[in-house]
Design a protein around this ligand. Structure first.
Ligand code: BTN
Length: 248
């Protein structure tokens, strides 16, 4: 696909007017990419979400960004990166004046229970240094007749009129800073603010694909797992293959 190379404060950016998926492009191009780079698209035709789901974007109205990051990363931290990066994105949005941003574990951005964005972290190859691709999609302005199979909102509806480019700069640098923090200070240091944004705390959830059926959400564990309590006691669930649904 056609692309334009930019430089944002020393970070190389590959900008695509149109591409299938910025995460897929980062995975395909990884051998040529420097240790940190941003892949940005104005339009994405085959955006991917967690668990093989689709991510739908509107041309020019959605943030479609992937942060490529190559560094020795503790493999145990990988499953906590979604929540840590979710926190980074939530802080950027809060600073832009978006009120009520919440995180639905492991990595959905919501406002009032409506989906605003999501994160998809992928690891390219198992050898160190690892190449990580941290993709984020945010609904900026989906217009008036956009169809998504779940309740959603966008920044325009939330009265936030940030440009996609400004948002990409803010989130790109926040993601890189969070990835550095995880490598240098450990994952727990990047999860300390989780409770401020936790959309599920105190709620009863059904865990689809987990070791147990669900329970009351207690919060997040230091390793990024979801902490729950059911009749048998406390347990934690990994983000890998589960989907969580609030039941009351
Ligand atoms: C989810 O909600 O399940 C995660 C959505 C992630 C979407 C972003 S858009 C940029 C990057 N490229 C993709 O194909 N997916 C991520």
């Amino acid at each position: 696909a056609e692309c334009q190379q930019l430089d944002w404060a020393g970070v190389p950016v590959w900008f695509f007017p149109s591409i299938d998926s910025t995460n897929s492009e980062a995975l395909r191009r990884q051998a040529q990419l420097p240790d940190r780079a941003l892949i940005l698209a104005a339009e994405q035709s085959a955006g991917r979400g967690r668990l093989g789901r689709q991510w739908q974007a509107r041309a020019g109205g959605s943030l479609c960004l992937s942060v490529f990051y190559r560094r020795a990363v503790d493999l145990a931290a990988i499953q906590g990166l979604g929540p840590a990066l979710g926190l980074a994105a939530a802080s950027v949005l809060r600073e832009l004046g978006v009120v009520g941003v919440a995180l639905k574990w492991p990595n959905d951005l919501q406002v009032d229970g409506l989906k605003l964005g999501g994160i998809l972290v992928e690891v390219a190859g198992g050898a160190q240094p690892l190449a990580l691709v941290a993709g984020i999609g945010i609904n900026v302005d989906l217009g008036d007749d956009f169809n998504i199979d779940q309740p959603w909102t966008d920044l325009r509806r939330l009265a936030c009129s940030v440009s996609v480019e400004h948002l990409a700069k803010g989130i790109g640098s926040a993601f890189l800073a969070t990835l550095d923090q995880v490598c240098e200070q450990g994952l727990p240091s990047a999860l300390t603010e989780w409770s401020q944004f936790d959309a599920l705390a105190g709620r009863y959830v059904q865990v689809i694909g987990g070791a147990r059926e669900g329970g009351e959400v207690l919060g997040i564990a230091d390793d990024g797992r979801l902490r729950l309590r059911d009749q048998q006691g406390e347990w934690c669930c990994h983000s890998g293959e589960v989907s969580v649904r609030a039941v009351k």
